[in-house]
Design a protein around this ligand. Structure first.
Ligand SMILES: [Zn+2]
Length: 323
């Protein structure tokens, strides 16, 4: 398997060298196809729409460092839930698990509810959700019961919304937040001291540009937050399928009609560059106009900011090559 991957990588690199702009990652696409097959198969037998199963799976993969390489599905159900409390034998016989009120179910028809089998895991999760029902609200309640964390529920529901809208889990496009034909400049300011509002560290990249330059979504995502903030001015926050939160601040204004809950894609105009913030609502012009762009990661327990600069550089390069 390792050798095959290596050969695959060499071949892929060769192809990439030949065709500089080839945007696909062949290995991952194959995995996505297999996953989609499994989500849809599970939907057919449980009536839980595939995009909720895919969203839970994606959310769990975002909270883990890595999924075991021989596994397709990242959902991990604890021994206690799977086998039932007090079931110390950990035997995968479905009837035995049922005696202990475990969740574990047999999805692939071999009579065993195997804790590490992709089909069994997905079928178990879908069956458990189905106990609450299979409409959107039922599913949301089941996800809440399972994770018992507001941000987890919201992120999963948002990922499901994105997958449903685009009909796929393969969403690899990205965009730079400003158009390539605009004048802009930015440098790596990660961790710089901020002049106003105390000794906070600067968490993001400032992209300087003129008032009114359109600001675009960089990723697929759902608008999670919109409104005024004393430091950020008019700002907007978008959650992507990787559980990253993208924060766009100091906007001059918003694109007409954009609201919390909207699905966006790379390139969707969300507002324009401004200099709002550092005061009560409407305050503007206390600093040169720029887009403050921040990125935050959620691992299922806590959220932290990370440096967006290398991502911006990468997206800018890709956007320039597109022309
Ligand atoms: Zn900034």
């Amino acid at each position: 398997m390792k050798n095959r991957l290596k050969v695959g990588t060499v071949v892929l690199l060769f192809i990439l060298t030949l065709c500089h702009s080839l945007p696909v990652q062949a290995e991952e696409e194959t995995g996505d196809k297999d996953k989609m097959g499994l989500y849809k198969k599970t939907e057919a037998v449980t009536q839980i729409p595939w995009y909720y199963l895919a969203a839970i799976d994606k959310y769990e993969s975002n909270t883990q460092k890595e999924t075991a390489s021989d596994k397709l599905i990242s959902i991990t159900i604890s021994n206690e839930l799977w086998y039932g409390a007090g079931n110390t034998g950990l035997h995968p016989a479905e009837e035995q698990i049922a005696v202990f009120n475990g969740f574990g179910r047999d999805g692939n028809g071999d009579g065993l509810a195997e804790h590490t089998n992709d089909e069994d895991i997905l079928f178990t999760m879908a069956s458990w959700i189905n106990r609450s029902g299979n409409n959107r609200e039922d599913i949301k309640i089941a996800i809440w019961k399972y994770y018992q964390r507001e941000l987890s529920v919201q992120t999963i529901m948002n990922i499901a919304k994105i997958y449903k809208k685009f009909g796929t889990i393969t969403l690899k496009d990205r965009d730079f937040p400003l158009p390539m034909n605009a004048n802009f400049s930015y440098r790596n300011t990660w961790g710089d001291a901020r002049g106003f509002g105390g000794r906070r560290i600067h968490e993001g990249t400032d992209i300087f540009a003129n008032y009114g330059v359109p600001v675009k979504a960089t990723t697929y995502g759902v608008v999670e937050m919109k409104g005024w903030n004393r430091y950020g001015g008019w700002r907007i926050g978008i959650r992507d399928p990787n559980s990253n939160y993208h924060y766009y601040a100091h906007l001059n204004g918003y694109q007409d009609g954009i609201k919390v809950g909207d699905v966006v894609e790379p390139g969707t105009v969300i507002g324009s560059v401004g200099a709002t913030g550092y005061g009560p609502p409407g305050t503007s012009g206390k600093f040169p106009p720029h887009l403050h762009y921040g990125m935050y990661k959620d691992n299922g327990y806590s959220e932290w900011s990370f440096d967006p600069y290398p991502y911006l550089k990468n997206w800018e390069r890709t956007a320039r090559n597109k022309k």
